[in-house]
Design a protein around this ligand. Structure first.
Ligand code: HEM
Length: 350
């Protein structure tokens, strides 16, 4: 409770990595909870997209005070925050045995079951091989000698339901809010949808590639309002991460939303909604990763993008919409990124 955390803290300090300082037993959890409560008590006060200080107030404050790489404490467990693309790639692209996924908490386990997202090692590899096939129609016909038990199938269903529904639902919610705020992009997107499907044909999986503007809008929504804001791993042994010596058992934490809003990566207008950023393909590994990266990248990524494009195209084709005067801009993290007081949007049938 005292000696080990102090020693670990010193270990990082000698390498130039500071942080808010360990407090016995609870670590920094008390400060963190106070900052959340304070952030949630006020709305954004406008329609701006500079939301980091409200969504992850502790991360915003501590990264401002100690730099992008810092350490803080959840109880007696150290957490190392990373926000530079290089170390992020090193951790999340790692295919060896140096980093494990952090398992579900007692609060989230009932939602996800013992599904893919919380497994590690051989059990994860087996589940990933089998469930992958559900997302690849060609392979559904083959991959018979490997099977999951009924309980394992139930757990994966829970995972797919929760990991798939909350995330995609919130992505669509924010895309609609953003298009209601930025009417010029709503008009551009509608022109494109009508050009591809006409006024009456229902958008389907066919021709989705032609929805370039809709795709850019979805990417820009995922950048500014990523449904998942953070990802973590735990080091299973002492590892060198770049020049940092990381002891076994350190939780490595990447505030994806911080990286997505970083002006050093995205430019001075990082907090502006500008889908044109995604017009040309760019190398964004480690700087844009709403679906994660590496071997544990989201298994439902293609499915989610297809679903989001079709649903958004259907809505844009049939309705024009504006923000209701009752809408209060207050993004908040309740597992996924949600509008704290709902997304009040007024729709008019075209
Ligand atoms: C916009 C929609 C979605 C977003 C933003 C999203 C985001 C993510 C992210 C960031 C991860 C990586 C977590 C990590 O490495 O720690 C992940 C993993 C995962 N996602 Fe998604 N997801 C979405 C939709 C879906 C859908 C539709 C499904 C299934 C139907 C799904 C199932 C999963 C599963 C099972 C994992 C764990 C994969 C593994 O550990 O091997 N997700 N997702």
């Amino acid at each position: 409770i005292i000696w080990v955390p102090w020693r670990i803290q010193q270990h990082f300090k000698t390498q130039g990595i500071g942080g808010p300082g360990y407090r016995p037993i609870s670590g920094n959890v008390g400060e963190l909870q106070r900052m959340y409560a304070e952030a949630q008590s006020k709305s954004m006060g406008g329609l701006q997209h500079d939301i980091l200080h409200r969504v992850l107030p502790y991360y915003s404050r501590w990264s401002g005070a100690y730099g992008k790489t810092f350490i803080w404490w959840v109880g007696t467990k150290p957490r190392l925050a990373l926000a530079d693309p290089e170390p992020i790639k090193e951790v999340f692209l790692n295919t060896g045995v140096s980093y494990d996924k952090v398992g579900f908490s007692p609060l989230t386990r009932p939602l996800f079951g013992d599904g893919l997202g919380g497994l590690n090692g051989e059990k994860w590899a087996l589940h990933r091989r089998i469930t992958n096939q559900a997302f690849n129609m060609e392979r559904v016909k083959h991959g018979e000698e490997e099977k999951l038990t009924v309980q394992e199938v139930i757990d994966e269903c829970k995972t797919f339901y929760f990991a798939g529904k909350e995330t995609t639902g919130n992505l669509l919610t924010w895309a609609l809010v953003l298009l209601a705020m930025h009417q010029e992009w709503q008009t551009k997107a509608r022109e494109e949808v009508v050009q591809v499907y006409g006024h009456t044909m229902s958008p389907s999986a066919d021709n989705l590639r032609e929805l370039k503007i809709v795709g850019m809008i979805i990417n820009e929504t995922l950048r500014l309002y990523p449904p998942t804001q953070t990802m973590s791993r735990v080091s299973t042994k002492n590892v060198m991460l770049g020049r940092v010596d990381v002891p076994a058992g350190t939780e490595i934490y990447s505030a994806m939303i911080g990286v997505h809003h970083d002006t050093q990566i995205w430019g001075e207008d990082a907090n502006e909604f500008n889908p044109l950023r995604f017009k040309e393909p760019r190398n964004q590994l480690g700087s844009f990763f709403p679906f994660g990266l590496g071997p544990r990248i989201c298994i439902g990524q293609n499915f989610a993008m297809m679903e989001a494009k079709i649903v958004l195209a259907m809505i844009i084709q049939q309705y024009s919409f504006v923000l209701s005067p009752t809408y209060v801009h207050a993004p908040t993290q309740i597992l996924t990124l949600q509008p704290q007081y709902g997304a009040h949007i007024l729709f008019t049938r075209i």
